[in-house]
Design a protein. Structure first.
Length: 95
């Protein structure tokens, strides 16, 4: 399993909270590029991250997901539903 985040702090917290997880953590940047070779992933999950992106950034990320997935793979993308983000407390170092 591979995980990519924009924040070294988030990666460190995840490693601390789930030390038993067999994950290769990658530190990404603002470009939206996934640090994975073409056609290498069997699946892709983006859980509640798209609401932090602009429309233009989402276009880049969806293109990247298509690039890294094998042809017979699937992506699962979730966003909040009926959640008032303004009333929720979320930390994103780039928002």
């Amino acid at each position: 399993m591979i995980g990519q985040d924009l924040s070294e702090e988030n990666i460190a917290l995840t490693k601390k909270d789930w030390p038993e997880a067999k994950v290769e953590y990658l530190l990404g940047d603002e470009s939206g590029k996934l640090l994975v070779e073409d056609n290498t992933l069997d699946g892709f999950i983006a859980s509640e991250v798209c609401e932090h992106m602009t429309d233009e950034e989402i276009v880049v990320v969806v293109g990247e997901i298509k690039r890294v997935l094998k042809s017979d793979s699937h992506a699962i993308i979730t966003v909040p539903f009926h959640e008032n983000l303004a009333k929720s407390t979320h930390f994103c170092p780039h928002c």
